[in-house]
Design a protein around this ligand. Structure first.
Ligand SMILES: C[S@@+](CC[C@H](N)C(=O)[O-])C[C@H]1O[C@@H](n2cnc3c(N)ncnc32)[C@H](O)[C@@H]1O
Length: 282
């Protein structure tokens, strides 16, 4: 049978195919190597991120177990909780988180900030003991309040004529003249610049209760006194009540209100210089 293709042509075609294949292999190998060379951190980052994501802390595991087996849930709604959750996430670093009140939400707040400092201030020593018995890795202090809810209106109008309460010289530690100042807190509270302050306590729903007046005033003083960069995020719950609303407007200021969801207000309070001897905070 007659050969339709003479030998030299077939050889030429084979060589072309081999050279093409080698070229493609070389191109692919170069691409893989160059992506490692130009972006070596991508591979390292991927590995680090995976190990960080899958490395829960003891408090986070405890929180999952607790909330998965508990019928009692935190009082704040999901959209309200998401406000501080999103702030903690957006800060992207271990944060200093001060929380007024211990409750069914405490383990949740602490586990949202696993490598940071989350400190709780609670008015009722028996409730502190009860909560810490079940969750000994929470950090909590008992706080003595000098106010009663029934005095909220008088305290609000009288602070304006009490220089020890003025924003320009406001201080907390040992300020026993200004009744709104939390004057007797643990040193750690005064010595820390808090990134977030959650006010969901003390009780403020009956006349003899301490009310949240001093918590709101003291949070404003701490936030204004911040020396580091950035703002202090202050969250106030139960703003459907008159006292919470009035005190927020007086001390945390409408101009600092950045979000309002359900019964929660979120303020971003910048540091303030105390040069001007103004009697009002806003
Ligand atoms: C509005 S509650 C804080 C509730 C908390 N944010 C929560 O979601 O559970 C304010 C205060 O009520 C008191 N309290 C809350 N739950 C309590 C309980 N189960 N037993 C006794 N006191 C409680 C504590 O003194 C707390 O600081």
């Amino acid at each position: 049978m007659k050969n339709r293709y003479p030998m030299p042509e077939r050889k030429w075609f084979l060589w072309l195919a081999i050279v093409g294949l080698v070229g493609v292999m070389f191109f692919v190998a170069t691409m893989i190597r160059s992506s490692d060379t130009f972006c070596p951190e991508t591979r390292i980052l991927t590995r680090t991120r995976v190990s960080e994501d899958y490395n829960p802390t003891a408090i986070q595991l405890k929180a999952i177990l607790h909330y998965a087996t508990s019928r009692v849930v935190p009082q704040q709604s999901l959209p309200e909780i998401k406000i501080s959750f999103d702030v903690l996430k957006s800060l992207g670093r271990p944060s200093k988180f001060l929380v007024f009140g211990l409750g069914h939400d405490s383990l949740m707040w602490a586990s949202f900030n696993p490598h940071g400092t989350t400190l709780f201030l609670e008015e009722d020593p028996k409730w502190v003991q009860a909560v810490l018995k079940d969750a000994p890795n929470l950090r909590a202090h008992t706080v003595r309040y000098r106010t009663q809810l029934r005095d909220a209106d008088v305290l609000l109008s009288s602070y304006r004529s009490e220089p020890a309460c003025f924003p320009s010289r406001a201080y907390l530690r040992d300020n026993n003249v200004c009744k709104l100042a939390l004057d007797n807190l643990p040193e750690e509270v005064y010595n820390t610049e808090w990134d977030l302050i959650m006010i969901d306590a003390p009780k403020g729903y009956f006349a003899e209760a301490p009310g949240r007046m001093a918590a709101v005033y003291s949070a404003a003083v701490m936030a204004r006194g911040r020396k580091g960069s950035g703002v202090t995020h202050v969250f106030l719950h139960d703003v459907d009540r008159k006292v919470e609303k009035d005190y927020a407007e007086e001390f945390l200021c409408r101009k600092n209100l950045v979000k309002s969801v359900g019964r929660l207000w979120h303020f971003e309070i910048p540091p303030q210089s105390n040069d001007i001897d103004a009697p009002r905070f806003c």
